[in-house]
Design a protein around this ligand. Sequence first.
Ligand SMILES: Nc1ncnc2c1ncn2[C@@H]1O[C@H](COP(=O)(O)OP(=O)(O)O)[C@@H](O)[C@H]1O
Ligand SMILES: O=P(O)(O)OC[C@H]1O[C@](O)(COP(=O)(O)O)[C@@H](O)[C@@H]1O
Ligand SMILES: [Mg+2]
Length: 533
Amino acid sequence: MTSVSSSNNIALVALKKQSRHFKLQLPSFRFNHLKSRRFEGTLKHASYVKDVSAILTKSEIDFKDPNWKQRIQEDFSKQFSLPHLNDILDLKPRPTTFTPKSRGPLDVGNGELKDKSDGYVHDDDRALLKVLKFASPSSAGAECIDPDCSWVEQWVQRAGPRKEIYYEPVEVKAAIVTCGGLCPGLNDVIRQIVLTLEKYGVKNIVGIQYGFRGFCDQSLRELPLSHQVVQNINLAGGSLLGVSRGGPSVSAIVDSIKAKAIDMVFVLGGNGTHAGAYAIHNECRKRKMKVTIIGVPKTIDNDIQLMDKTFGFDTAVEEAQRAINSAYIEAHSAYHGIGIVKLMGRSCGFIAMHASLSSGQIDICLIPEVPFKLEGPNGVLQHLEHLIRTNGSAVICVAEGAGQVFEKEFLSKSNATDASGNAMLGDIGVYMQQQIKMHFKNIGLPADIKYIDPTYMVRACRANASDAILCTLLGQNAVHGAFAGFSGITTGVCNTHHVYLPIPEVIRFPKSVNPNSRMWHRCLTSTGQPDFQ
Ligand SMILES: Nc1ncnc2c1ncn2[C@@H]1O[C@H](COP(=O)(O)OP(=O)(O)O)[C@@H](O)[C@H]1O
Ligand SMILES: O=P(O)(O)OC[C@H]1O[C@](O)(COP(=O)(O)O)[C@@H](O)[C@@H]1O
Ligand SMILES: [Mg+2]
């Protein structure tokens, strides 16, 4: 139960941060919902509530009502229905210009078609958001709505090309913008958006330089994009368009979209960027503009809700292996060697957890979601001392936000924020290094400590094969979503299927490691570390 509260604390901290910086982005009932007594009350029944909260909107669930499941499902499908241009306009679709198949369907001879699919996704096609049925709230990782842990179907819309489209491709001007920090795969997504747009017949594609800033900074011109320009950009890391944090107001961005006569905007970024994208979508709606805003979730930290994973995460975990391996070799080659590797994760520990699991070389993994103490019995330093006395060396993997999210924080808070309003953290790696040094000096045991911070090396590299495929599919689906007339949506993978989701549902709060999850328990089994409390 504590762990659930902990996850929600992290979520609230992050959400408060966002809403402090930007006023209008999230409907306020969603924010209040997280803090509401009803939400806290729900914790008593459910051992894991984050995803359940997606269903519980404004109404209480009355489990005595025989139709309670149906009511939840109806609520859910309303909540996950996708905003469309035709919610405010009266547009007539036209047959698509996109051909998903290069060959016609095979004729089996008797006049019947072997393959009846036309290759298009139908608007009523759905994918399941949850595929596990838990027998009891005490089952590992159980997510329960009622005390019996009943299974309630939750369907979301399938992504892909539609038979009818809401734009005349030759008349379209499409823009791509990349915001926030760098992430492996940005160029793969840009490339695929351009190639797919061209496949529809779009001729006017531009890149907005350096994030949202590029909409309003007169010194930053639009970058014309075509298949010739983007052909090889996936071979390098970074973003062809440049990235930035902070930027102009939502209304200034929409003024710029209007002035530049842009019809489609593809916004690549994380939680903050998606909040911005949704605000832009709302402002366009208010002004009754026929502009579609499509998000593509970019977060190396993997902290966006409801998706199996986001692009760049796999690459980051793989790249982190090099740093961990170096730390391991240094530690094992030194007399009483201790290696420390700090990995990204401002408010979540997915990279650190997965990198620790995959390397098999980590003795201690510390993440923001799990409080730990350094000193005293059961503290990290005591365990480290034990490892040095018994094994002769040790390797620690620490996520950048570790020890800085809960009340008992190790580093003094500065309240400083970056241009986007994200809290600037202290360097937990350096702090750990100092504390460990002091501890071993005090007990008179030699220790040779090596600290590696591979942050920007991990982030600036090109996407690995698995991320490159993910980026390709996301880029294509983003374009299909725009032509289908959706706006204020994002695209991702749920249970291996590509889907479209309304932006507010994925940025309700950032995803974080559930300390009660099987994955975290597996990580603990792998490192062999005790509970540092
Ligand atoms: N709540 C918000 N509403 C509107 N725009 C936002 C919000 N949070 C961040 N942004 C904008 O989104 C961009 C990227 O945000 P940032 O938090 O730096 O990265 P990320 O999107 O990767 O989380 C910045 O230009 C920032 O100004
Ligand atoms: O030094 P920068 O550019 O501010 O970026 C550092 C941050 O970028 C991150 O990788 C996440 O970036 P995004 O939120 O843009 O995805 C954090 O883990 C890290 O704190
Ligand atoms: Mg972010």
